[in-house]
Design a protein around this ligand. Structure first.
Ligand code: HEM
Length: 316
């Protein structure tokens, strides 16, 4: 049984956590930047009509921002001669995309509401609108985050789970961010859209035993046992441009592309959730939307901490 001291500390931490979230609000810019949300949606729709693969890129940018010192747009800072940001951290280098869409949104937003809307909030809106534009759920985004004046390559490496991660590693790494195991399973459904590079799934299709042999064979044709590291394949073999529940159906059929994907359905504790989502898209959409709101609430900078960048690529 916890001592009174431990219980008091736990209560204190709970209060801190809930106050941080309480500072964000759906209506944060309703008087300072009315029309913000339709403007962002218009630019996302335009960008995706030219290149629908950008939707996946923008969703992932938000994840890679939030998991590294919170949702503070640290991932958007460019390296300089004296500063190594997160863009060139191993999980991000030659892999993150979509920065030009964030730039386009930021310059339109700046023209309308000068130095008012943070890059961190633009990332949150862009992720939500990308999911919705590709057929996925829609949720109200809490706003009011501010932008960091720093970034950490080391923290990016330490906090972003690698494609070879086990289920327990993923659950504990998400747990360290305040996300429950079911949030981990639901958020992984983001891999219903987008691509991965051969370097990241080679081990799985050549060496793992929990792979459908026909699927492994087809993937091996375009991902040689050595070389071709940057050749890509869809994370969802069925509908990589549609945000649906096919990701979970693939896992049940042992057609997950990454080792980490197939870990979610591998005789483990959460097979039942994968099975549920594979047959009930509404349950997946509801849980995904809830988990995205939770992820978006990770350690936001609020009040007078941080700043509102005028250019998302550098601090003011
Ligand atoms: C659970 C742990 C996770 C691992 C180990 C993981 C790993 C990866 C890897 C290795 C790639 C391919 C990158 C490349 O080859 O260049 C990828 C792509 C992607 N990830 Fe994850 N990821 C995880 C969770 C998430 C979450 C929580 C989200 C969003 C909510 C997400 C969204 C995406 C998207 C949309 C892509 C495709 C990006 C594109 O096409 O540009 N991932 N992920």
């Amino acid at each position: 049984m916890p001592s009174v001291g431990t219980a008091a500390v736990a209560l204190f931490l709970l209060v801190i956590a809930s106050t941080a979230g309480a500072q964000l609000s759906h209506k944060y810019y309703s008087t300072t930047c009315p029309g913000l949300q339709p403007l962002v949606r218009r630019i996302i729709d335009q960008a995706l009509s030219q290149d629908p693969t950008l939707g996946a890129a923008l969703l992932r940018l938000f994840f890679h921002d939030c998991f590294v010192n919170g949702c503070d747009a640290s991932v958007l800072l460019d390296d300089t001669a004296t500063f190594a940001g997160e863009k060139n951290a191993a999980p991000n280098m030659n892999s993150l995309r979509g920065f030009q869409v964030i730039d386009a949104i930021k310059s339109s937003v700046e023209a309308k509401c000068r130095q008012t809307v943070s890059c961190a909030d633009i990332l949150a809106l862009a992720a939500r609108d990308s999911v919705a534009a590709l057929g996925g759920p829609y949720w109200a985004v809490y706003l009011g985050r501010r932008d960091s004046r720093t970034a950490s390559q080391r923290e990016a490496v330490a906090n972003l789970p690698p494609p070879g991660a086990s289920l327990s590693t993923m659950v504990s790494s998400f747990g360290a961010k305040g996300l429950a195991a079911w949030d981990t399973i639901a958020l992984s459904g983001a891999h219903t859209i987008g691509q991965a590079r051969c370097a990241n799934f080679r081990q799985h299709i050549y060496n793992d035993t929990d792979v459908d042999p026909g699927f492994a064979g087809v993937r091996q044709l375009a991902c040689p046992a050595s070389g071709g590291d940057s050749i890509t394949a869809p994370l969802d073999v069925q509908t990589p441009m549609v945000f649906d529940n096919d990701y979970y159906r693939n896992l049940v059929a042992r057609k997950g592309l990454l080792h980490s994907d197939q870990q979610l359905f591998n005789g483990g504790q959460y097979d039942y959730l994968v099975s549920l989502y594979s047959t009930n898209q509404t349950a997946f959409f509801d849980d995904f939307a809830t988990a995205m709101v939770k992820m978006g609430d990770m350690s936001p900078l609020t009040g007078s901490v941080g700043e509102i960048r005028t250019n998302c690529r550098r601090w003011n």
